[in-house]
Write a protein that binds this ligand. Structure first.
Ligand code: FES
Ligand code: FES
Length: 176
């Protein structure tokens, strides 16, 4: 048995586990985070995707002991925090609004793949979005609404710090 300590969604998590246990099983069974889904369990479907230092990784292909000391984000770490704890994040909201999910089994992995893309590319093309989720299988949606969701999220995230419209100075009384 091995001691494993990880940072998951910003909090340290420790557990004792056998060397053969995957990161996927550690997250689900030791950390109790069931949002990371087990699909194929051999690296094909992407349902088990998590972020390690911002990179999308298949947690079924990594042993928990290999992840010792790593900084991991799971779907449980993607929503609002602080005063907004419990609220959906921008990408999650976009998936809801565009009907980017049906059964939802692939959704955590899709959202984390989207998060990995949008953290390095704030204005992706449709082709880039399709490429970013090309390792994630969805049996329900046909992918169109998922791509729409990620493009919508990109638009919203990109607008977050947009310059105010030119007449905003009037609103703030700066031109008076
Ligand atoms: S469960 Fe990991 S890729 Fe399918
Ligand atoms: S929504 Fe069912 S597998 Fe994608």
């Amino acid at each position: 048995m091995n001691d494993v300590t990880l940072t998951i969604n910003g909090k340290p998590v420790s557990g004792v586990t056998e060397p053969r246990v995957t990161l996927l099983d550690f997250l689900r069974d030791v950390a109790g985070l069931k949002g990371t889904h087990a699909g194929c369990e051999h690296g094909v479907c992407g349902a088990c995707t998590v972020l390690i230092d911002g990179t999308a990784v298949r947690s079924c292909l990594m042993l928990a002991v290999q992840a010792e000391g790593e900084d991991i984000i799971t779907i449980e770490g993607i929503g609002g925090s602080g005063a907004r704890a419990g609220e959906l994040g921008v990408i999650q909201d976009a998936f809801c609004e565009t009907h980017g999910l049906q059964c939802g089994y692939c959704t955590p992995g899709m959202i984390l793949a989207a998060e990995a893309l949008l953290s390095v590319n704030t204005d992706p093309t449709e082709h880039e979005v399709r490429e970013a989720i090309s390792g994630n299988i969805c049996r329900c949606t046909g992918y169109v609404q998922i791509v729409d969701a990620i493009l919508l999220a990109a638009k919203r995230l990109g607008q977050r710090n947009d310059a105010a419209p030119s007449d905003a100075n009037l609103v703030w009384g700066l031109n008076s």
